[in-house]
Design a binder for this molecule. Structure first.
Ligand code: FRU
Length: 487
């Protein structure tokens, strides 16, 4: 009899040919067929990068989730692997939810949430080769009995596992009976037998905070997490928060000193941090396709991951930049230098569908400077800096589509402050845009679907000087479309 992971592989192989290509990305990770949400289990192990993802192989809607899997030698070009986990046990029948990976004794352990009706528990699957996983017989490893009082075993998930000295630790989140979310710490010597340390931190947001991801950033203990609802903000608006503070390992308390968003765009969610082969902190996020879900669905797929980004700290400031490995994707460079802009100027031979663009601008007398992209005539998406207020806008007002979410679907902003110069790096991948401004101090990402939108233009109110602008065509990260099990 076929296993559920084999069924998933066969289904995706048989249906991938039916995908409509019109909105597909060239250099972002997407599901081979069906639905993708959170990045899971990102790790460098057995000489390769591994990224797993929440996956419904049978439809472009969320459904009981599997773990899909890609590997890469260099973080740039990816290979689709066999589906790693399927919801085939009583304790994970509603889905193998999000989690993370750790290496121990030469084996790769995937710690994930088993979702069943009314109960979420923490489970493990082990792999000796990084591709085939066997669920642990002891599953579930952490169940409702091991929760601190006040936590809710029906909403208890997303283990973030890490090593400290000779111990492993895991942080999972649970809804608190009194509202808000508990961040709960467990410890283990072998990744299989876990002990409760306690609730290390509680937030008081209006809805549950998901997907904690613990890492060390400089001297700080950092946790990236995804609040579903911040008090005073509407659901879905504030979708990522980086907590910075210090862990009191004696009392098991996490003292949060400050927090900030690491992506100010529309669609970044469920970010997960992991370490590169050389120790850099890297990050993948999920680009939630909510706003355009119906249109993607017509094509048989939905959801993508962000580019792998590096997260660093310098003198208290946080920088998020695309991993430098991505430079390998650049080809066919075009460059402009010392070019005055006033009003709208189309960069007519700069086709922008699958490109990386860089702009280095001296704002001179300009009160507004904008890059318009995915442009087709009057329709475009815009990254705009308004000097008076020192605000950066990611603006979909002119995208030509009625967007429907109740929370600011057209414009997102971030405060950059007054500046004389602006540096913008923009990654355009057919229907996905990721912008990194002022050397990575501000990241903004989101989808924008404009039929035939491959134009790029610049706009300014008042004179400014484009000191340098560069465009690269980007290569595909999918070198050869191969499906697991195919000869
Ligand atoms: C976040 C999330 C996680 C959960 C997973 C299920 O998007 O809701 O909390 O583990 O998705 O697919």
């Amino acid at each position: 009899m076929r296993s559920k992971t084999e069924e998933a592989d066969i289904y995706q192989r048989e249906h991938a040919a039916q995908l409509c290509e019109r909105y597909r990305c060239r250099y972002h990770l997407m599901p081979p067929y069906g639905w993708m949400n959170d990045p899971n289990g990102a790790i460098y192990a057995f000489g390769k990068y591994h990224i797993f993802y929440q996956y419904n192989p049978f439809s472009a809607d969320w459904g009981p989730t599997y773990w899909g899997h890609f590997t890469s030698d260099d973080l740039v070009f990816w290979h689709l692997e066999k589906t790693a986990l399927a919801p085939d046990a009583a304790y994970d029948a509603c889905g193998c939810y999000s989690g993370s990976c750790a290496l121990f004794g030469g084996k790769l352990y995937a710690l994930y949430t088993g979702a069943a009706e009314g109960a979420q528990t923490q489970c493990a699957a082990v792999s000796e080769d990084g591709v085939h996983f066997a669920k642990c017989e002891k599953n579930p490893l952490i169940d409702g009995e091991m929760l601190p009082a006040g936590a809710n075993g029906a909403q208890f998930r997303d283990p973030s596992v890490f090593r400290r000295g000779d111990r492993f630790y895991l942080i999972a989140v649970s809804e608190d009976e009194g509202g808000g979310t508990r961040f709960i710490l467990y410890t283990s010597g072998d990744l299989l037998t876990w002990e409760l340390c306690g609730t290390i931190y509680r937030d008081d947001f209006s809805a549950m905070t998901e997907c904690p991801s613990y890492f060390r950033l400089g001297d700080a203990d950092a946790v990236l997490c995804s609040p579903q609802g911040i008090v005073g903000g509407a659901f879905g608006k504030d979708s990522n928060l980086l907590l910075l503070g210090s862990m009191d390992w004696g009392r098991y308390r996490y003292i949060v000193e400050r927090s900030q968003k690491i992506d100010h765009g529309f669609d970044f969610y469920a970010g997960q941090v992991f370490q590169a082969a050389d120790g850099r902190n890297l990050l993948f996020g999920w680009l939630r396709p909510y706003e355009y879900h119906e249109r993607y669905k017509e094509d048989g797929w939905a959801g993508a991951l962000t580019l792998p980004r590096e997260i660093t700290e310098k003198e208290g400031e946080i920088f998020v930049r695309p991993a430098r490995e991505l430079e390998k994707l650049r080809q066919d460079m075009r460059e402009i230098a010392d070019f005055s802009v006033c009003g709208e100027i189309a960069l007519s031979d700069w086709k922008g569908k699958f490109s990386e663009l860089e702009f280095d601008v001296d704002l001179k007398n300009a009160s507004v400077f904008a890059v318009r992209f995915f442009q087709n005539g009057e329709r475009y998406c815009e990254l705009r800096y308004e000097r008076e207020s020192g605000t950066l806008f990611f603006d979909r007002t002119h995208c030509g589509t009625q967007l429907r979410q109740p929370y600011e679907p057209y414009v997102r902003t971030c405060a950059v402050g007054r500046t004389e110069t602006l540096s913008v790096r923009l990654y355009l991948d057919n229907t996905v845009a990721e912008a990194f401004v002022q050397g990575g101090r501000y990241a903004l990402s989101g989808y924008c679907l404009i039929e035939g939108g491959d134009g790029v233009s610049l706009y300014s109110e008042g004179d400014c000087l484009l000191r340098r602008a560069v465009r690269y065509e980007m290569k595909s990260i999918y070198q050869k479309q191969e499906f697991p099990g195919e000869e």
